[in-house]
Every structure is written in C-alpha cells, then in structure tokens.
Design a protein around this ligand. Structure first.
Ligand code: KIV
Length: 338
C-alpha cells in the first residue's frame, strides 16, 4: 500500500481456526486495506500508525506554516528506530559519530566507510524521518567529481535521502554539482567542526559585525546554490533569527537560539551518554551514562554473588529426559572403565 495514503492502522484478534489474523490500515478514502500476516508477527492492537515519509519539500512547507523542524543524530539501528517511532522529522547521521561513538578527539579522522556503515544501520531502523548523511572531512574538499561520487554513495550504499556538508562560499561549486546530480544538500555554517583547527577551537562564530555579515552572505549564497536547509551552529541568537528571516529554506539551529526554523542536537549529548564534555547549548533529557554505570555495576555484583542468572532466566530439561540422559552417560562410562 502507498504509505502516503495511510491514516491509521489496526490489527485484529484471529478468527477461529485461522492462524492468520487480519491486519490493515485505513486509507484517506475511508476504505480499509486488509492483508494477512503470520500470527507471530502481530502485536496487540492498536498498532502505531504509519507516518508519512518526510521529504525535503515538507521541510520547506513546515517553514511556510511556521512549524518547527525537529532533527537529532543517530548512528545505529535501535536509536534510529526509537527516534522514528517518537516522530522526529529528520535524522542526521552526523560525523559527530567520530567523537561520541568511535572515541576520536574530533571529527577529522572519520572516513566514508565508517559513515556508510552507520548510515546503513540507521536506514534499517528509520522509515519515515528524512535521513541526512554527513559528508566526512576530505570526502568533498579534493574535487567536485569526488564530492559528487561520495554524495551519491550516501544514497546508493548508505540508504540516506540527502547529504550535509560544511562551509560557505568556498563550497558553492560542489553544492551546485551535487544538487544537479539530484541529491538534496543540507548546508552547515557557523561553527563547522571539520575546520576546528582553522577556527582555533570549538568556538562560537559570527559574534562581530564583520563576521556576522560574512555569515549572512554565505547563507544567502548557499540558498542560491540550492541547499534545501541550513544548519547554523554556535552563532548568536539575533544573527540566527535574522538569517532565518532572510531565507525561504528552513534553518536548523544548534546553539543558535530559538529563532531558527528547527533544532538539532547530538543525541548522545541529549541523553547524557557522552561524558567528555557537554556544550553550553545542550539540554540533557536523561543521564544515561550514570544509568548505564549503575546497570553494569549491578550486573557485575549479581554475577559475583551468583544472584544472576535466577531460575526464571534458566532453561530446565524435562525430568524424564534428564534421568534418561544420566542413565545413558553413566552406563557408557561404566563400559569404558571395563
Ligand atoms: O555531526 C553532527 O552531529 C553535526 C551536528 C552537530 C549538526 O554536524
């Protein structure tokens, strides 16, 4: 069935003598589309309703309607699944992967192979959110041709819907070429972590009148080059709001205040899973690092004190089978001794 026409899904308890319960969805036309699935795959109803696939066009429409765009990062299947089920608009497979998952000092060592490996896992988990693959350092800087080829790999081999790349006026040729190959591009201005050495550290950008003007010019140039959306990272709130008002594409802020058209955070920061540092602009919605620590410590203690596994985690053999087994092996042992 066309996912776009689905408004609500259901499943029904099996009819007598049938191992195939009915399951289906109601279309916009009000008709129910019913199909049959094996009992083992059916959950207790109501089934979570199927969401429409989010597109780049819907990003723009959201901005026109004044509806904020929500985006978070994911690097694996279970996180992507949870984000998708929670109703996130977009998932970024960010090169922040390098720091929060792979333990690198910064994002510079991340390779195309690593990005594609994690992109595929995310694509398996998320079916509705718009998927954005972050082009890693040196995958788009060497030549336009290489940039287009690598962007294409995110869609062909990584299951992504679009790509993101960092930089302003110096990247216009690359962006135009990728867009004209039919690949949607998200821009990224302000604090661009791949230029951490050039910027002199992870510091806010556009804080002076002069640098703010350059940022605004870059944003306008990127829109003209065809980006469908623009990440603004660590820039002053007034500037981000001003730029957002000048663009018809949505801006997605991270440390750029509430005046952007959407927001993004690194999921590991939001969940409190990255313990090295927490940027000022992060709101922690959980403290999973401490929670993991507690769970691991409890597990180790349970193993050491033999509290785990308990009978409910264990498999028991049928008593008769067990006695037969003992009799058999003991008989064999006696024969060998003789
Ligand atoms: O890599 C990443 O996670 C990002 C976000 C911080 C926007 O680029």
């Amino acid at each position: 069935m066309d996912r776009e026409t689905v408004t609500g899904c259901f499943s029904v308890i099996p009819i007598s003598n049938s191992i195939f319960p009915a399951q289906g969805c109601q279309g916009r036309n009000g008709l129910y589309h019913i199909w049959r699935v094996p009992l083992s795959t059916v959950s207790i109803f109501p089934v979570t309703s199927v969401r429409k696939k989010i597109t780049t066009l819907m990003f723009r429409q959201k901005k026109q309607r004044g509806e904020p765009v929500s985006m978070l990062t994911a690097y694996d299947y279970p996180t992507a699944l949870a984000l998708d089920q929670a109703g996130i608009d977009a998932i970024l497979v960010g090169d922040s992967l390098g720091m929060v998952v792979l333990g690198y000092e910064n994002t510079l060592p991340v390779t195309m192979e690593e990005m594609l490996h994690h992109s595929r896992a995310v694509a398996r988990g998320a079916k509705s959110a718009l998927l954005v693959g972050d082009m890693p350092f040196m995958s788009y800087q060497v030549s336009v041709e290489e940039a287009v080829r690598n962007a294409g790999r995110f869609l062909q081999n990584g299951g992504m819907d679009s790509v993101k790349l960092e930089g302003g006026r110096d990247r216009l040729n690359v962006i135009r070429a990728i867009v004209s190959a039919g690949i949607p591009v998200m821009g990224h201005l302000g604090l661009t972590p791949q230029s951490v050495h050039q910027l002199g550290g992870f510091r806010a950008q556009g804080k002076t009148a002069q640098t703010a003007k350059i940022l605004l010019e870059d944003a306008l140039l990127l829109e003209e080059a065809g980006v469908f959306s623009l990440v603004l990272e660590s820039v002053p709130t007034q500037l981000a709001q001003y730029i957002s008002g000048k663009l018809s594409i949505p801006t997605i802020g991270i440390g750029a205040g509430a005046g952007c058209d959407g927001q993004v955070l690194v999921t590991h920061d939001l969940l409190g899973m990255f313990d090295r540092f927490t940027p000022k602009f992060v709101r922690k919605y959980a403290d999973l690092h401490s929670e993991m620590n507690r769970a691991f410590t409890d597990y180790i203690a349970d193993v050491q004190t033999k509290q785990f596994p308990a009978p409910e985690h264990s498999i028991l053999m049928n008593e008769t089978e067990w006695l037969d087994f003992l009799q058999d092996v003991e008989l064999e042992e006696k024969q060998i001794v003789r």
